[in-house]
Design a protein around this ligand. Structure first.
Ligand SMILES: O=C[C@H](O)[C@H](O)COP(=O)(O)O
Ligand SMILES: C=C(OP(=O)(O)O)C(=O)O
Length: 416
């Protein structure tokens, strides 16, 4: 049994110092006093996940880092209050479970499943204003997608609604597991973006190599490409957490920065504590990733290498939809596996935006979606997701890549 203690003086001080650092992508609340009250109320609300579940995930991620398992992470780009329905969330869980089934069977490795779910309600954005000059939509936890100035004003009460929605979703995830609809564990994750939400539910976990902050808001948390500044609040916050941590690394990441993330986030060399999620784009992965993998490996760290083949391959279609082409997604994954095969490292997992709904948001796949099909069911609140058919096609492609990398690894005397 993992005991979580109230925040003590030392860790409370380190948390306060972390949160004083510059924090990118934070909203300016309409009523800061109300925001403080909401953070306090969230602290009194029940946790979404238990420390025992998070500890079990950490053990499974250690197996991924050792090359004994594969990590499948996926779900909506942005959860929304409107789509937090049983049908939608179950559809997403079923899709993830089916993808895992294909991977486990063909690749012959246990698959650790993490849903982007039960808290994925805040989005980082490239711009601060949209095409109409309104503040951008930053996820249902912050404001509304509706295009009016009032709806786009950040409202702290939305954090309470997001937390309540996450609790309901987590109950559904547990029920999904119990019902036998899936054979194994399924964990939840979200981007640790909105610091007022993230700091609201922290206790002290003393079971690790040093006392750390246990977040009750998700099993696995990741820091995004837009908030991974080494002198910023997000990395300083993540450094204090007991939960396993991901860091998205885009094409501007240097090998030195990658080594520094690992040094800061995994000072005790715990296998699988850190997942480096490369999202380089299909055209750059073969060039940018190798020196990063080489330098991090040479530093002696045991990270999980995970590929997000979505975020580096986004573009605007001729008819004005933010989309991604299935072919480029598979090409980035192929490049990721090539790099790891060449370097003798374990291609540990994938991180994808998928839904069980029959949406038309990404191009290609089978049956193929063409640009003219995009308007039919383009439903995402932010970035384009693979639909269930495309997701299964991707699972088959990745299963082949994993199986091939295992054969090559065994031929070269490595045990994956
Ligand atoms: O999901 C990731 C980001 O939030 C998203 O790609 C940002 O999108 P934008 O470039 O339209 O702001
Ligand atoms: C924002 C995301 O990705 P990235 O930080 O890699 O752009 C995301 O995964 O939702």
């Amino acid at each position: 049994m993992t005991h979580i203690h109230p925040l003590d003086g030392v860790l409370a001080g380190r948390l306060a110092a972390a949160l004083r650092k510059p924090a990118a992508q934070q909203p300016l609340w309409r009523d800061p006093r109300r925001a403080r009250d909401v953070v306090a109320a969230l602290g009194r609300a029940g946790p979404i996940v238990t420390p025992e579940e998070t500890a079990r995930l950490s053990r499974q991620l250690a197996a991924v880092a050792r090359g004994e398992a594969f990590l499948l992470q996926g779900g909506d780009c942005a959860e929304t209050f409107a789509d937090n329905t049983e049908a939608h969330q179950r559809g997403n869980l079923r899709t993830l479970a089916r993808m895992a089934g294909v991977l486990a069977q063909r690749a012959g490795l246990p698959v650790v499943k993490i849903a982007r779910m039960a808290g994925q309600y805040a989005k980082p954005r490239s711009q601060t204003v949209d095409a109409h000059g309104l503040p951008v939509y930053r996820g249902d936890m912050v404001n509304s997608a509706e295009a009016t100035a009032a709806a786009r004003t950040p409202d702290p009460d939305r954090m309470l609604r997001a937390h309540a929605g996450a609790a309901e979703t987590m109950a559904l995830v547990r029920e999904f597991r119990r019902s036998g609809a899936d054979e194994g564990d399924i964990y939840v994750s979200h981007e640790a973006l909105l610091l007022d939400y993230e700091r609201s539910q922290l206790g002290v976990d003393t079971t690790g190599p040093e006392p750390r902050l246990a977040s009750g808001l998700g099993h696995f948390l990741w820091i995004g490409e837009r908030t991974r500044q080494l002198d910023g609040a997000h990395i300083a916050f993540a450094e204090l957490l007991a939960n396993p941590i991901g860091v998205k690394i885009g094409p501007s990441t240097t090998p030195e920065q990658a080594v520094e993330y690992v040094r800061r986030l995994d000072p005790h060399g715990e296998p699988g504590r850190v997942t480096l999620v490369s999202r380089m784009g299909h055209a750059l992965v073969r060039e940018v990733l190798p020196p990063i993998v080489e330098k991090v490996t040479a530093s002696g760290s045991s990270v999980i290498w995970q590929c997000d083949p979505m975020h580096g391959n986004t573009y605007l279609s001729a008819n004005g939809y933010k989309t991604r082409h299935f072919r480029r997604i598979v090409d980035e994954l192929t490049g990721f596996f090539e790099v790891h095969r060449q370097l003798g490292t374990h291609p540990g997992g994938i991180h994808v935006e998928v839904t069980g709904d029959d949406v038309t948001e990404c191009l290609g796949g089978a049956p193929a979606i063409a640009e003219a099909d995009l308007p039919a069911r383009y439903e995402t609140a932010c970035d384009p997701r693979l639909n269930a058919g495309q997701a299964m096609g991707l699972a088959h492609s990745v299963a082949e890549l994993v199986a091939r990398s295992r054969t090559t690894g065994l031929r070269n005397g490595r045990s994956l």
